[in-house]
Ligand binder design. Structure first.
Ligand code: FO1
Length: 313
């Protein structure tokens, strides 16, 4: 069976580990958000691709959810002594090697998809990782800061300001000129099932669907589309979806996100919607099922993947 998953970073990575565990003999492709990507200290950093690659490759720090386990921060400390801004971004020594290899390949003219494939040669994630696009497409957040309204990079908003500045809106800089990366549309049109990971509906799933052509391919494709709610109770399990959803007028609940994605038969995204077993959600035109959605370990994530696939049948 061909399973294609739309995924962001930390939540998406944990869920993909569950899909891989539940479907060891199936062909799994992850279409990963690149809107969080940023160039800092001359290095191109792809947080969501790296979270997925490290998590599936066994190199992730599971507590943080991003970056490498057994990491050290000596270069970051040196940069701070030099006063080399930004000092708020956590650049780990081991992680820097990934950014150096990626930046060198990009500078040599390789597209991000080739770079990702090369990095995965080492990490062997066990599924195919596809950037949503090879073109630069960066999420910026419009905020009021120091008395003026301005757009700051998503990473600055999320890390430096801890998503504490109310997001007036989100702008995916470059998305209108972006094209789906190599293999992306094919992974959607040939899929037996498309899964929407419990990732941020605005800055992860929303950004992937914002790349011209991707939403249409999912909505008009033959494969059933099953989503998993990133919101349990009235809050995200991790991350900052609760700081993002109000900016697009969506209630921070499983029902709010499900209705935001909408029913495929009405031109929306979903055929099925998994919500946490303590939640309730009415999503017209969508089959809703309540199952445990806390990815406490691989067994829990695998059970979620199986529940999503059962919803297909
Ligand atoms: N998240 C933080 O909260 N603080 C950091 O200093 C930080 C550094 C960082 C470095 C590399 C990387 O791949 C991810 C990093 N993240 C950090 C996470 C990142 O901001 C988010 O995971 C994604 O952009 C949103 O999912």
């Amino acid at each position: 069976m061909r399973i294609t998953v739309l995924a962001g970073g930390i939540g998406g990575a944990k869920f993909l580990r569950g899909v891989r565990a539940a479907c060891p003999d199936d062909d799994v492709t992850a279409i990963v958000n690149t809107g969080d990507d940023v160039t800092l200290h001359g290095l191109r950093i792809c947080p969501d691709l790296d979270s997925v690659m490290y998590t599936l490759g066994g190199g992730a720090d599971d507590e943080r959810g991003w970056g490498r386990r057994e990491e050290s921060w000596r270069i970051k400390a040196e940069l701070e002594i030099y006063g080399a801004e930004p000092t708020w971004f956590g650049l780990g020594d081991l992680d820097i090697a990934t950014h150096l290899v990626r930046t060198r390949m990009l500078d040599a003219g390789y597209p991000l998809s080739d770079v990702t494939a090369a990095l995965c040669e080492r990490w062997q994630p066990g599924i195919r990782l596809l950037p949503m696009t090879d073109e630069r497409c960066e999420t910026h957040v419009v905020v009021d800061l120091d008395g003026s309204r301005r757009a700051i990079h998503f990473q600055e908003w999320w890390i430096k300001h801890r998503a504490g500045l109310p997001a007036q809106s989100f702008v995916q800089v470059g998305v209108d000129d972006a094209t789906p990366g190599p293999g992306v549309l094919e992974a959607i049109t040939t899929a037996d099932v498309v899964l929407v990971a419990p990732s941020n509906p605005v800055v992860s799933v929303g950004t992937i669907l914002g790349v011209p052509g991707i939403r249409d391919a999912v909505v008009t494709g033959l494969a059933p589309v099953i989503g998993l709610s990133p919101i349990v109770g009235g809050a995200p399990v991790r991350g900052m979806a609760d700081a993002c959803l109000p900016a697009i007028g969506v209630e921070v609940s499983a029902e709010g996100v499900g209705r935001h994605y909408g029913a495929r038969k009405d031109g929306g995204l979903l055929d099925g919607w998994l919500i946490h077993d303590t939640d309730r959600a009415g999503v017209p035109g969508v089959e809703v099922r309540a199952v445990p959605l806390l990815m406490t370990d691989d067994a829990a994530s695998a059970a979620m993947a199986r529940a999503a696939l059962e919803l297909v049948s």
